[in-house]
Design a protein around this ligand. Structure first.
Ligand code: BG6
Length: 467
């Protein structure tokens, strides 16, 4: 018998700005992603430029029916996606929402429902309206709390019978160190203090609580979760200095889960904030809004991060958004990210033993270069490396379930190839489905299944027994 619960939510995940394209279609306004052609560490352009692959994405806007059908063929129970805020409120400040944008997501959710796929919808996935970013410096300004609440209320009401699972902010903890990506903060990072970045993140935490409150008044059956980028911190050595350093870095991350789960900042916040001279502006109303806690904890897991008090002695590795030290016990991907399946079991237990809320792995995957080959007259990808990656990680999810963790779902990242978040490139693929688009944006955008497509299908069919 399978160790995965019978109603386990198997599926995949995407984000509007990385797949939809159609950046100026049907009244959509610009988001920060539309002016970042080289990704989040590149320059901001004055307006959309042709070299920005996200403007077309993988053309999900026009191909959602085909894509959802492919997901259904794999047996998906859930599809995590995001709503582009700028399709609903093009600048973020309109009085009335954009009907064409709302109608698009009606069509997407109806298609999911027709295939018995449960949508899991992120309200904000690195897609702050550019207008708000420029006018208010994004989430630096608490004005965004109300604007976001209005947007959230609009979509909760519209889709109250079509969507049950919601996530407020993608990787909300990222705002405290990559403020443009996480919080649409226009001021360059080198001109910001830690206080600024944490204040922006605080506004999002408040908005997350407020949105959760609004959600429950609209449909008490809604399940609302948080989403935190989770690279568990490992000490480089057993020297107490390294162990303590890893603990402190871990707390900076766990803080965001804690606020969502417990409705207030954890005990270690004072030390953390004193150390960095952070004095947040927290109003009584903020405290009240934070009290609206989540129903489940979701997180992305790509890799662990190894740290040391004195990192200068060690070699550096890469990592998804986090750059850690090279861990000699792990292997590394083409992008030099550590591959550490056990870290997933570790972090599932880590959160669950603290908060005992249902856990959802809402992103996991490995970026790789795929080479199409022809087999029996059809194009495919022999992506055994991707199968090995997911197999290893899903086995560890299974172990966490055996440990007693209540894991309710797993959505692999970028289930259909899309444009990468950090570098806006197409070569770094995560999907079970290949999309014909090259690094310069050329290609037919046609889709075909990779070998991993059939592997994942059989895993879902057997509810994890075929791992
Ligand atoms: C996560 C993001 O941090 O990492 C996704 O939520 C992103 O949006 C994913 O795509 C992988 O990162 P990248 O840069 O390889 O696309």
């Amino acid at each position: 018998m399978s160790i995965f619960p019978k109603d386990f939510l198997w599926g995949g995940a995407t984000a509007a700005n990385q797949c939809e394209g159609a950046y100026n279609v049907d009244g959509k306004g610009l988001s920060v992603q539309d002016v970042l052609p080289k990704g989040i560490f590149g320059p901001i352009t004055d307006g959309p430029t042709e070299d920005n692959l996200k403007l077309v994405g993988n053309d999900f806007y026009h191909r959602y029916e085909e894509d959802i059908k492919l997901m259904a063929e794999m047996g998906f129970k859930v599809f995590r996606m995001s709503i582009a805020w700028t399709r609903i409120f093009p600048t973020g400040e309109e009085e009335v929402p954009n009907e064409a944008g709302l109608a698009f997501y009606d069509r997407v959710f109806d298609t999911c429902r027709a295939h018995n796929i449960e949508p899991l919808v992120t309200l904000s996935h690195y897609e702050s309206p550019l207008y708000l970013s420029k006018k208010y410096d994004g989430w630096m300004n608490r004005k965004l709390i109300d604007l976001f609440a209005k947007y959230a209320e609009t979509v909760f009401k519209r889709y109250k019978d079509k969507v049950k699972y919601w996530v407020t902010f993608n990787e909300i903890n990222v705002t405290s160190h990559i403020p443009l990506l996480g919080g649409g903060v226009f001021t360059p990072k080198d001109q910001l203090t830690k206080q600024d970045m944490y204040q922006a993140a605080h506004h999002q935490l408040v908005a997350s609580g407020l949105a959760t409150k609004i959600a429950k008044t609209i449909n008490p059956e809604f399940q609302v979760g948080c989403m935190v980028a989770s690279a568990p911190r490992y000490p480089m050595t057993c020297h107490p200095d390294d162990v303590t350093y890893a603990m402190e870095e871990q707390q900076e991350l766990t803080l965001f889960v804690h606020v969502h789960a417990k409705g207030e900042y954890p005990y270690y916040t004072k030390r953390l904030f004193d150390r960095d001279n952070i004095k947040l502006d927290i109003t009584e109303e903020d405290k009240h809004n934070l009290k609206h806690t989540v129903d489940f904890i979701s997180f992305s897991y790509y890799n662990s991060k190894t740290v040391a008090k004195d990192p200068s002695k060690y070699e550096l590795a890469q990592g998804n958004l986090y750059r850690g030290l090279r861990n000699p016990y792990l292997t590394y991907s083409e992008w030099n990210y550590p591959i550490d399946p056990q870290g997933l079991r570790y972090i599932l237990n880590f959160y669950y033993e603290r908060y005992e809320l249902p856990m959802f792995v809402s992103e996991n995957g490995m970026g790789a270069i795929d080479e199409p080959i022809e087999e029996n007259g059809k194009l495919t990808i022999n992506d055994d490396y991707r199968i090995d990656f997911h197999k290893g990680h899903l086995k560890e999810v299974g172990h966490a379930i055996e440990d007693g963790v209540n894991v309710i779902g797993y959505t692999s990242w970028g289930c259909i190839d899309l444009v990468s978040a950090a570098s806006a490139q197409m070569e770094k693929r995560y999907g079970f489905v290949y999309v014909d688009r090259d690094k310069d944006g050329n290609g037919t955008l046609e889709r075909f299944p990779k070998k991993s497509f059939y592997w994942y299908k059989s895993v879902i069919e057997s509810n994890g027994d075929d791992l």
